[in-house]
Design a protein around this ligand. Sequence first.
Ligand code: NAP
Length: 288
Amino acid sequence: MTAKIIDGKQVSSDIRAEIHGKVASLALKGIKPGLGVILVGEDPASVSYVTGKEKACAENGIASFEYRLPAGISEAELLSCVEKFNADRRVNGILVQLPLPSHIDEQKVIAAIRPDKDVDGFTPINIGKMVLGEDCFVPCTPQGVLELIRRSGVETKGANTVIVGRSNIVGRPLMILMSSKAVNATVTVCHTATTNLAAYCRNADILIACAGKPGMIKAEMIKPGACVIDVGVNRVPDSDSKRGYRLKGDVDYEAAKEVAGWITPVPGGVGPMTITMLLANTVKAASN
Ligand code: NAP
């Protein structure tokens, strides 16, 4: 069996077409959605993510505003930038690019974001609402995973779902979303203390890998016909590449696609969805 490839670029482009429609309707009411981005320091990955997000905003009729701040900025100065975006009527959504330098309390900064502008869905208020099943901003990567599964027509009701990883930004929100009434999956969360990970994985109708360990999910850990979602984005050395590295997921893709029923590639699977869901959340914030 060769798996159906879940094309994140295509799904992302379908959702962006829906976003265009919503942006056009808002324009008729004189509203242009705006995203306020805060970047601290010059970490190349963070700079590249922020640049990509701002480019996507421009391509989709969303204004972006930014503070690019030095790595040595104080927590108080950073919090005052968050406050300025909180008060700015042009800014509907606020994104603080993580990670922040170690002298800054990340949770304190996130909690300072107005919940109705929290388009990353990381504030305690939005996380609490997500747990309660109330309308809220859902974190972008988990929301993107859900959209990929939903739009691929994979049955989630009663599906044994194994999530490998329990971070606050990916694994835990996925655990909440997949076990919600709306999705109705039966969820198991695995982590570094899990014994016999392979046995759990082999029982999964839906297997979501978000551990950040390149190629750790081998073909023999996959139930034939399962839906395999690979969230992992790992840089592995590659002397053939100009950059000296290539991106590899957490799944041993070439072998896994011969066993799985559906599979996401890396790159081109979950990755494109994350920014698209950020745009969707920003438009939602502007519509509220
Ligand atoms: P993280 O904070 O490092 O969390 C990794 C999780 O995986 C932890 O819960 C850890 O368990 C678990 N884990 C690690 N090694 C394991 C192993 N051998 N067996 C079982 N569990 C293991 O990572 P993250 O921020 O969630 O990111 C995970 C991956 O997703 C990374 O590759 C990241 O680049 C990628 N990512 C992609 C996107 C996207 O847009 N596509 C967005 C976000 C993240 P413990 O809790 O026990 O330590």
